[in-house]
Design a binder for this molecule. Sequence first.
Ligand code: IDP
Ligand code: MG
Length: 162
Amino acid sequence: ARPSSGGSSWTREQTLVVVKPDGVQWRLVGYVIQRFERRGFKLVGMKMLQAPERVLAEHYHDLQRKPFYPALISYMTSGPVVAMVWEGPNVVCSSRAMVGHTNSAEAAPDTIRGDFSIHISRNIIHASDSVEGAQKEIQLWFQSSELVNWADKGHQRSIYPP
Ligand code: IDP
Ligand code: MG
């Protein structure tokens, strides 16, 4: 679907961002939101929840055979998370860049992980790694009724290109 304003052929791209239990414990929820808002991305869904095992099993399906999988699930269920859907041009790629490398040691300074994480197993935040993956993850974590399609009223930093 195209945005109603503007004549560009830009297609709506969305990504799933999850502040993990350590990010919530460290009071980083507001900081994460600020990073995404400052960039100009549009928040279209957000909720705090105790991540259900069923959701995590699907979310981390590809990692089920990894030795760290049980520890990953217990980490992700150790406290509440904040799940968000962000929208904007190239939001998937831009989010990954803001989040930083999976391995904290390789996460660049000024990335969220590069600034707040020192170990791969406690890395603060999740962001989808592809457009297709994002669509699946958003469907997994959110009901469509939980997403809000609000009008961007031509703010100077509107995500919609002129
Ligand atoms: P990503 O979160 O950067 O997309 P993935 O490879 O998809 O990284 O792994 C998902 C999550 O699994 C990581 O964010 C991290 O929490 C955990 N994880 C990945 N690799 C390791 C590891 O080698 N040891 C411990 N935890 C890991
Ligand atoms: Mg991943």
